[in-house]
Design a protein around this ligand. Structure first.
Ligand SMILES: [Zn+2]
Length: 262
């Protein structure tokens, strides 16, 4: 899936060209970035690289608004910046094979179909904040939920699916161990599910107990937004994500907090 074909090379060249042509005013960058405090956890040279990648992302993907949502430049830029944080050290190729991003103003209904034991088919809509299909578009709600980063979450699903399976294990790099990943995530997931089952209120969104793939997506949100907490609470999971994302945001958060103690 990762080999280069000539059409991709041309696509990459055209994207880079389109990205260079687009001019985003510095004030707009700053306004959008100020609403994303976790960008402070990037390494010192990360911000300009993230901006460049976000412009390439916007040139490569197509965003569409649903239900009358107004897709402003600020919203487009915010989605692109957030979507590019996980792939900052991986590259845009990790999001290949699909182009569409659909943005809803609030939560939306996903059509579901279920046949009961009497053979009766029930069709209904399930409320959701986001959804990602393999080879299909990413669907996002701009409203989001409390403490939920829908953009990071759905794009983490896209990385999970990049090897053809939505199982909480993205395509690991050479030198990484599938066993180490499975052990770290398996143990943390089992412990988390027990904790939630016992009625405790975890700091991580309890939705993570839904399935191993949801656990990976929710843990990915935490990896970028609350990395110190994640490293302290789930060290082995943090370590595997550090190897996969090739980033160490907990060190970035430590540095950022030392600079501006809260
Ligand atoms: Zn999810």
């Amino acid at each position: 899936m990762w080999f280069l074909n000539p059409f991709e090379a041309i696509g990459r060249w055209r994207r880079a060209r389109a990205a260079r042509r687009s001019q985003v005013p510095e004030a707009l960058w700053r306004m959008v970035e100020s609403a994303l405090p976790f960008l402070d956890y990037l390494p010192a040279d990360g911000r300009p690289r993230l901006r460049a990648l976000a412009l390439e992302f916007l040139a490569a993907k197509e965003m569409a608004a649903a239900q009358g949502f107004e897709l402003t430049d600020a919203v487009r830029l915010s989605i692109a910046l957030q979507a590019c944080v996980p792939i900052l050290e991986l590259g845009l190729d990790y999001y290949q094979g699909w182009v569409g991003i659909v943005v809803y103003p609030g939560d939306f209904l996903i059509p579901r179909r279920h046949t009961d034991e009497h053979g009766v088919v029930h069709e209904y809509g399930e409320a959701a904040l986001g959804e990602a299909w393999e080879g299909g578009p990413v669907v996002l709600s701009w409203a989001g939920g409390e403490g939920v980063n829908v953009v990071l979450h759905e794009f983490a699903h896209k990385l999970d699916m990049a090897n053809g399976a939505t199982d909480g294990m993205p395509p690991l790099h050479a030198g990484m161990s599938r066993e180490a990943w499975a052990r770290a995530f398996g143990e943390a997931y089992a412990q988390f599910c027990r904790f939630v089952d016992e009625g405790h209120d975890p700091w991580l969104d309890p939705y993570a107990a839904e399935s191993p793939s949801e656990f990976f997506a929710v843990a990915s949100e935490a990896f970028f937004e609350a990395p110190l907490l994640l490293r302290e609470d789930m060290a082995a999971v943090y370590e595997q994500m550090r190897l996969f994302y090739r980033q160490d945001p907990a060190e970035g958060e430590r540095r950022a907090r030392a600079l501006s103690p809260r």
